[in-house]
Design a protein around this ligand. Sequence first.
Ligand code: URA
Length: 239
Amino acid sequence: MRLAQVLFSQGFGSRRDCAGLIGAGLVRVAGEVVDDPHAEFDAEGLVFEVQGRAWPFHAKALVLLNKPSGYECSQKPRHHPSVLSLLPPPLRTRGLQPVGRLDEDTTGLLLLTDDGGLIHKLTSPKHHVPKVYEVGVKHPITDEQLASLRTGVVLDDDPLPVRAAACERSGEHALQLTLTEGKYHQVKRMLAAVGNRVETLHRSRMGELTIDAQLQPGQWRWIDSTEREVLLSRGTPAG
Ligand code: URA
């Protein structure tokens, strides 16, 4: 693939912008400046640098963001900045979208991708990727509440009960809840249905993925192809 096309596909602006960056000597491959936009490279596995920052080529982008509180998952946020504003311009240009949504005040693991098929697979009700939430609640969590969350509670928009795949007390006012589906405000509504109230909500795990200790709130990292495969296989349809 031509170097200008590589940059264009990775979100570095219009074709003209990309040719301009290359012509200005701002792009390196294997440590060497390449100033010919027509230079050909094998894109698969290519790592190039733009203005000193290394970019691995990804035909489709998939990243993990440690979402801070105070950001909306919407592309057109109404009251708070969008999580997309935490990504560098090339990823925004590529049109990454959150895989499902976390509320503005929810923190933790959020995947974003420009792979529409992957969004569809991971958010499909058939695809049971377990999502683990650390929940802080207003009232002490009781055994009865934990039991109801495990056996199933009825939410206002559906007569069928929804249940936690797992649910453990982690403190007087704290529990860890695992869901394999993702209804609107599901954790908050489930806790409200058992007579409690969510005060803090953090997603700590999705399938095998967790947030690495060094990834601070607001920071992101690439998901590699092995992690992607595991994520997809972990959530194989349950019939
Ligand atoms: N459930 C909620 O209520 N909110 C979230 O952000 C995620 C799950």
